[in-house]
Design a protein around this ligand. Sequence first.
Ligand SMILES: [Zn+2]
Length: 239
Amino acid sequence: MGKRIGIFALGILLGSLLNNFISWWPKQHKDSPVPQAVCPHCGHPWRGLETIALWGRVFGEGRCQYCGDHVPLRYLLVELAAGILLVLAYSRAQSPLDMMRLGIFVLLLIPLFFIDLKHHRLPNVLTLPGMVLGLLLSAGLGQIKSAVLGALAGGGLLCAAAVITRGGIGVGDAKLQAMVGAFLGLRRMFASLAVGVVLGGIVGLILLALRLKGRRDVVPYGPFLITGALLVSLLFQTG
Ligand SMILES: [Zn+2]
């Protein structure tokens, strides 16, 4: 139990760093060369516990100390997601190296999810190093063949889908799914893709039925692929 609390706390800390990245990435060239903890409203730098949204919610009003605006809900969601997913990864992992693989995987998927949801982009700066790390860690676990096949099949299938759908699915989705294959191997890559496609279909139909989106609206596919990857990696057996 104590170890799980420690891992949850580590997840909250890492989640606050992910928040800085998610805010910084879309405007990186204008702002600063590296992600920094700053208020998204007034731009004032945050220090120490000010950077932890969960702390601000529990022990304060969840506002920026300098401008008084509410810290966006996304900051809290990212921290909690990182904490909870790391604890689940710990429960699921079969060895310390497997824990490293699962932990790095879920921490990469969180910013990809939120950036794709808002900006319809899946940054190469996450997916490409992710692919390499996934292959290296899978190699360390003796699963390199399955990882290479998973990366090739995931990337290849979605590249084909990107050509056929002409924009519904993008090249970013293909790189994401190649990364998923590198981390999870061939079998779980296919399982995660199936879950993602079914989820995307169901949510798409609901959005159409409720007239929240029209037939011509672009709905990013990454968040569904990512949800599929999270469900499969944290619920299914390795291999
Ligand atoms: Zn502020």
